[in-house]
Design a protein around this ligand. Structure first.
Ligand code: FES
Length: 286
C-alpha cells in the first residue's frame, strides 16, 4: 500500500475526466476487498484477477479506488436498465467457464467489475442469473421524493426524473442532479445480497460527455444516457453503501454534492470518470 492509499490528500479540486491510474490503486485493492487477496494467482471460482474498469473517482477518505459504473440503457418505453455484458463460454485454465464480458471503448466490460466486497457471491453477478437487468427502486431510500412518489420494486422510469434540472433536498445545492437508490439484477433476491445502485440524472453528465476525449468520451457515450449515470453503490473501503445527497454529515467533509460514505468519510465524485484497475475476486463455484 502506498502512503497515498493510506492517507489520501485532501484537495478541493474538481477533475472532470482523468486518464489511466496506475499501479498504486492496484496495490491498494488488498485493503478494499480483503486482506488476503492474492494478486499472483486466480483461485478456483470463475472470473477475478487484475481487472481494468471505468468508475467514479475517489476524492477523499480511506477508500482505495472509485466505484464501478454500470452502463445505462433506456428502453423504448422509458424504463432504465443496466447493460449486462454478453454471456459466452470460454476456456480458462483448461476448463470451460461461462463469462459475461464484452469490449466497450477499449476496455473489457465484465461481471468482474462488480466482484469485490462480497458481491462476487451475490446471485445477480452470475453471468446467467435469471434477471432482466432493469433498475428497480430499492427499499428504504434516503430520498423523500422516492419514498413518496414511487414504490419499492417498481422499475425506474425516466419520467420520474423530469425535474432533475432543478431538483434539490436539504443537503448541498439544488440543481446538481436528481438521485435514486435502486437495485440491479436482484429481483426476488434476499435484501442482504441485492446489488445496490446509485442513480443520478444530471446536466453535468451531458457536459462531461461533451468535454471528454478519446476512449473516455466513447465510454461515456456508451455508458450514460439522457443525463443518467449509474454506479454500483458499494464503498471500496469496507463495503458500506454510500449516497449522493443522502447524509447530512457529508457537508462537513466537502461531500454535500458528491457521493459520501458515512462509515469512514470517503467521498467520491460521480462526475469525474476514471479508468482504474483492481484485483477482482473470483465468483463462487457454480
Ligand atoms: S469509507 Fe469505510 S466503508 Fe466507506
Amino acid at each position: 500500500m502506498t502512503s497515498d492509499d493510506k492517507y489520501p490528500k485532501v484537495s478541493g479540486r474538481r477533475r472532470f475526466v482523468k486518464g489511466v491510474v496506475g499501479g498504486a490503486a492496484l496495490a491498494g485493492i488488498g485493503t478494499a476487498t480483503s486482506g488476503t487477496v492474492n494478486t499472483m494467482t486466480n483461485p478456483s471460482g470463475a472470473g477475478g484477477g487484475v481487472t481494468e474498469y471505468f468508475g467514479i473517482e475517489k476524492l477523499f477518505g480511506p477508500a482505495p479506488r472509485g466505484m464501478p459504473q454500470i452502463p445505462v440503457v433506456i428502453d423504448d418505453d422509458g424504463f432504465l436498465m443496466g447493460l449486462w455484458p454478453k454471456v459466452s463460454e470460454i476456456i480458462e485454465g483448461g476448463r470451460k467457464v461461462t463469462v459475461a464480458q464484452q469490449e466497450i471503448a477499449g476496455v473489457t466490460y465484465s461481471s468482474d467489475w462488480f466482484q469485490y466486497c462480497g458481491v462476487q457471491t451475490y446471485p445477480g453477478v452470475k453471468p446467467l442469473a435469471d434477471q432482466d437487468n432493469y433498475f428497480r427502486y430499492a427499499n428504504n431510500p434516503p430520498y423523500k421524493w422516492q419514498k413518496e412518489e414511487v414504490s419499492p420494486g417498481a422499475k425506474v422510469h425516466i419520467d420520474d426524473f423530469e425535474d432533475y434540472v432543478t431538483w434539490g433536498n436539504s443537503i448541498g445545492k439544488a440543481g446538481v442532479g436528481k438521485p435514486a437508490f435502486a437495485t440491479w439484477r436482484s429481483q426476488d433476491v434476499p435484501p442482504q445480497v441485492q446489488m445496490p445502485v446509485q442513480l443520478i440524472r444530471s446536466t453535468i453528465v451531458d457536459n462531461l460527455i461533451s468535454n471528454a476525449q478519446g476512449e473516455t468520451k466513447q465510454w461515456l457515450q456508451e455508458s450514460c444516457s439522457q443525463g443518467f449515470i449509474a454506479i454500483l453503490d458499494k464503498c471500496t473501503h469496507f463495503c458500506c453503501v454510500p449516497g449522493f445527497k443522502s447524509f447530512t454529515d457529508s457537508e462537513k467533509f466537502d461531500g454535500a454534492d458528491l457521493i459520501y460514505c458515512q462509515c469512514h468519510q470517503s467521498v467520491y465524485d460521480p462526475f469525474s470518470i476514471i479508468k482504474d484497475r483492481f484485483v477482482a475476486l473470483p465468483r463462487t463455484e457454480e
